[in-house]
Design a protein around this ligand. Sequence first.
Ligand code: AMP
Ligand code: ZN
Length: 488
Amino acid sequence: MTIRIHSTASRGKVDFEPLEPGRVLFYNCGPTVYDHFHIGNARNFVVMDVIRRHLRHRGFDVRFVQNITDIDDKIINRAREEGKTPQEIAQTYTEYYFNRSGLLGVEPADVHPRATEHIPQIIGLVERLIERDLAYSTPSGDVYFRVREFKPYGELSGRNIDDLREGARVDPSEEKEDPLDFALWKASKPGEPQWDSPWGPGRPGWHIECTAMIHTHLGETIDIHAGGSDLIFPHHENERAQSMGATGQEYVRHWIHNGFLNIEGEKMSKSLGNFRTIEDVLAEFSPLTVRFFLLSAHYRNPLDFSRENLAAAATALRRLTDCLTETANTLRLLGVEDGSPEAEWIAKYDEAMDDDFNSQRAIGVIFELVADVNERRAKRDPDDSDRASLANGLATLRTLCDLLGLDPALDQRGDSSGVNPELAAFAEEIGATPSEQTEEAILQSLIERRAAARKERDFATADAVRGRLGEMGYILQDTAHGTTWKRG
Ligand code: AMP
Ligand code: ZN
């Protein structure tokens, strides 16, 4: 088994070879917690979650770290606007991040380090760079990285240092030796959060935070460093310079960057104002639909956000969830035990995902299996082997969905519980309330209620069940094995 991975530094696919066989040290640049995140940010969270899941599924012991940037100009500005402290703002949006990314099925990382909890490590790293003449402090108490002293600068992003220097903006208030030098430590202005340091009170620059947290939680050389492609330059180029400058060692073996979620041909971003927060999108589409949509393209390709594209994702997803529901219902009627996943389908899926985590192709495999399972289910007079094959098909489908985190339960959580309130009310009214309040359990209980009514020749009640369910968009089908339901 070899996983091929597109590394930004090598500009092509390479064999994935972690430093220590069987172990993956994986870092994803996490959110800056100053506002609601948008669906472009969500693309990064979801695709990296799936890459982590796939590596784990392929037997690697994955240590996944995603930081929280909880000190930054944007947080300070927001706090000022709202008359709050930067800590309060960071706290609010950190909770928001965990809550909303959880709705989308993003698993928490093994560690979520926060920048403000790593000030001693950050200061230590800056000191190491100063000792190596790769950094200098200024009379005002700022510290800068001396870019021209780090020869491989520009290699990751493919930029030429002379071109960069020509385009660099010079701010006369900064005491830099060279316009390309970037801040490692910033002297604090009055009223800003500050920590003591050998250069006076101040706060860390953004790039150094990630490097210090990586060194602390993963080590000086890691296997995968991820983020959106907007982070390649300057953030990751600078991180690389800081780390390699301080340690003299390789920093990252494989850099991976997700493509943009675009809207009307432009990158969705806070600064352009063309963003849709995850709230906006979840008001119209279910969490599972959003996750499915974000995985429907290869992670490096652009993905176009539009209502039409999300609606198309919802329609496609229905074919999958209907197949899951109808197959489970049929198996229940047939009285068949759980099946086991089929190796050849899992292998097809793995082939797609081993090729640079191609979730688009992996979803294609899932839909081939949906068609196959639908055919298996349509078989008349199933014998034992047909029944077993149907049960195995369902088990395989569930396994593949699980590997992508496409869990139907995502649509049955929290306020978007997924249970139609009208359905729950009707079940109660007619005395068919199961102990478990899921859509599936309520429908089963209504089906049983209807069967009992028919037995008692109470056709009015039996017809009322079918009629009301029909109005709510559920169709009851009486088959040779009993009654199943599907969405109309
Ligand atoms: P931020 O909170 O701005 O640091 O962003 C969190 C993550 O979202 C980073 O990895 C960004 O690169 C990524 N990101 C931001 N905008 C987009 C977009 N439009 N499409 C895909 N990823 C994005
Ligand atoms: Zn970072």
